[in-house]
Design a binder for this molecule. Structure first.
Ligand SMILES: [Fe+2]
Ligand SMILES: [Fe+2]
Length: 462
């Protein structure tokens, strides 16, 4: 009863079916439960155990490398039944509501729409968008949902919130300020959970560098093996730019490491390796040529051999003979004190299709939209989701560096003091991309210098 008593003494209530497992927890897991907001469920206890298990601090003494991986726990997602989706969306709402409540408000923030309906004066509500459409007279009508029901919100075309309302996405959670009138909330402002503003990019004491890769598509006839091998030679300090190459101690790979098999119709005509295991074995061979001083972190993407629905589990351990640190997608890794959010970026297609100002030329614009919403895949239905009691796609932590891929186009930008990187590709323009008018930026590799916060792009194109 020690664990239960400790949590109760801190003002928490424990759900009955969570009590047995809670007693089996060791004390290291309890710190994650102390962050709960009042009520500890079985899912909270399972999550705390997995967080503690995966909070691995590894410090090889010989070269002072420091990193910590936090992956999501695969057992926390369930089959796509209605109940699983219900608890998934409830958790999304709960997590984002908590973040939105941290935003400063000049008006009372109401806990439920029920209370709003009977109030006069200005107020703020928090809800999930179920619909957003233009009305016949040019205003915007947003249907919001919370645990108590629905609320119709009118954004007048004359309101300063109108421009923002054009960017509202289905299923996103946001706060809206306004005044009730005849059962409608007349909106004056839309507020995103967003990231806090940091004045400067975070740096670290260590004079080390981190290199970012994604979308190698090994096995595809468009994989640029010659250029990739010249990058491997550079990492082995052969050729120009040796000073920077020597500094690289970490490489993060954000998915699509192989082209896969059966990912799109007639893919076999574009493959030089038609067996997915042989694709991974060739990828592993290439990784073995990276010097041992470098720690490699690898996450899957939509072409990799794990389930397609997000969050995606780690790549299987047996694919690698070289020492690799496997990340989930999304996954978090803290390197030299710098918190990295690593996400392949598959949902960016749906954002680009929904928001006029986002495109395939500037991935950073889309990355900013995801960060504003503190969610990696806000639109349900476009990008496959594996539901569960917890929504692992909510960005509930604050990253220092965000690394994505998928669009095969490099991007580097700083948003609210956070470094945004899209690491491009090592695949030539495919026939599909040619038809779609997408122009990739292959063999351009971003490198972050931890001590100065500078990003350099190293070009391996012949
Ligand atoms: Fe890709
Ligand atoms: Fe991809």
């Amino acid at each position: 009863m020690i664990n239960i008593e400790l949590l109760v003494s801190k003002g928490l209530r424990i759900q009955e079916d969570a009590q047995d497992l809670l007693e089996k927890c060791d004390s290291g897991s309890l710190k994650f439960l102390l962050m709960s907001d009042g009520f500890v469920t079985l899912a909270d206890v399972e999550r705390a155990i997995s967080l503690q298990k995966q909070e691995l601090i590894q410090k090889p003494l010989e070269n002072k490398r420091t990193f910590r991986i936090t992956n999501w726990e695969p057992s926390s997602t369930k089959k796509g039944k209605v109940d699983s989706f219900l608890s998934y969306f409830r958790n999304r709402y709960k997590k984002l509501k908590r973040l939105l409540r941290q935003r400063i408000s000049d008006f009372p923030v109401l806990d439920s729409f029920d209370k709003a309906k009977n109030l006069g004066g200005k107020l703020r509500v928090i809800g999930m968008v179920t619909e957003c459409k233009a009305t016949r007279n040019g205003n915007m009508l947003i249907t919001l949902e919370d645990e108590s029901g629905e609320l119709l919100v009118v954004v007048s075309k004359d309101s300063k919130a109108f421009e923002k309302s054009k960017h509202v996405l289905h299923d996103e959670v946001l706060a809206i300020d306004g005044r009730m009138s005849n059962g409608f909330l007349m909106a004056s402002e839309l507020v995103y959970p967003d990231l806090p503003i940091k004045q400067e990019v975070k740096t670290s004491e260590e004079d080390a560098a981190i290199m970012y890769l994604s979308d190698l598509h090994v096995g595809s006839r468009f994989f640029m093996e010659r250029e990739f091998r010249s990058m491997l030679a550079w990492l082995n300090c052969r050729g120009e730019g040796k000073e920077l190459a020597e500094k690289i101690r970490y490489i993060i790979i954000a998915g699509d490491v192989v082209d896969g098999v059966g990912i799109y119709p007639k893919q076999e005509t574009e493959l030089v390796i038609t067996d997915v295991f042989k694709q991974y074995s060739f990828f592993d061979e290439l990784m073995c040529e990276i010097p041992d001083r470098i720690e490699i972190f690898v996450a899957p993407g939509n072409h990799d051999a794990v389930r397609r629905a997000e969050p995606q589990p780690m790549l299987p351990e047996e694919f690698f003979t070289r020492r690799m640190h496997r990340l989930t997608n999304p996954g978090w890794v803290e390197i030299e004190g710098l918190k990295h959010l690593v996400y392949h970026g598959t949902s960016m297609d749906s954002i680009i299709a929904s928001l006029e100002h986002c495109d395939y030329v500037h991935p950073d614009k889309t990355m900013i939209e995801l960060l504003k919403r503190r969610h990696l895949s806000p639109i349900y239905g476009e990008n496959l989701i594996a539901p569960g009691d917890e929504d692992h796609l909510v960005i509930d932590n604050e990253p220092d560096i965000v690394h994505m891929g998928h669009l095969h186009k490099n991007a580097y930008s700083i948003y609210r003091g956070v470094v945004l990187l899209n690491s491009g590709t090592f695949q030539e323009q495919t026939e599909f991309q040619l038809r779609m008018g997408h122009v990739p930026s292959p063999c351009l590799v971003p490198v972050f210098e931890c001590k100065t916060g500078k990003v350099q792009h190293v070009h391996f194109h012949k």
